[in-house]
Write a protein of this length. Sequence first.
Length: 287
Amino acid sequence: MVAEAFMEIPKVFFSLWAVALGLLIGSFLNVVIYRLPLGRSIVSPPSACVNCNTPLHWSLNLPVFSYLLLRGNCRYCGSHYSPRYALIELVTGAFFFACDFRFGLLSAEFWKATSLFCLCLVVFFIDYDHWIIPDSINIFGTVLGLGFSLWHPLSPPEILQSMLDPAPPSIAWSILGALFGLAFFWSISVIGLALAKQEAMGGGDVKFAILIGAYLGPTEALCAFLGSFFLGAVFAIPMLLARKGGGKDPIPFGTFMAVAAVAVCYFGADSILNLLQLEFLSPELHY
C-alpha cells in the first residue's frame, strides 16, 4: 500500500524534493568545508558571519536565495561573501536532481551516489584550499562505503564472474576495493619516493583511495584512479611546468580523485570506457 501510494505521486514532486534536499545539504557542506580544516565543530555554534561573527537568522541562511537577495554581502557588517558558497549549494542541488532523474529518489543507488558526491565535494575544496584530506572524512566515508555494499550490493563484472565462481559476497568485494585502493596508491607513493626522492602521493590521498575503493569495488575504483591520473595530466602538468622551481611543488591530487570517483559512480565504468573509445577494456565483453 505504501509503495503504491508513492507511485501515484507525480515525478516532478520527487525532483523538487531532491533539489531542495540537495540545496540544504549543500549549505551544510559549506560549513564542513570551512570549519573542518580549522578543527572546529561542524554542528555548533550555528552559522555566523565569518567577519563580524554575528549569528545568522534562518531567513538569512537560505541556500542560494539568501546570497542572491543580499547580493553576496553580510546584512550586519556589509562584508562580501565569495560566490563559491552559492555555487556549492547550486551544484549539490543540481547533482541531487540528476541522481533522482537517473536512479530515483527512493533507490539505494540515489543515496549511494549522493553520499559519495558529498564526501568528494568536501574533499575537493578542502584539498584545494589546504592541501589536506582530513582523516575524519576518510574514516567516515570508508565505513559508509562498506555499509552501502550491503544495501546496494557490489559484484564483480561479468568478465570476472566465471573466474570467481561463486562470486564473493558484496561486503567482501567492497573490502577488496578498499584494500586495492590502499595497495595501488601506497605503491605509487613508495615508488615515487624511491625514484624522485620526494613524496609522490600524500597520506591523505592514499586514505581517500581506500574510501573510493570501499564505495566502488576494485574494478570501478581502478577506472576512477586511471581517470584521476588522466585529469591530472590534462590540468596539473601544465600548471606545474608554469611554476617556478622546476614544477616540484605539490598539487592537490585529491581534487582529481574526487571528480573521477563521482563520474564513475554516476555514469558507470562501462559508459566512461566507451566514451574514451576503450571498449576492449569494458567488463561487459565476453571471450
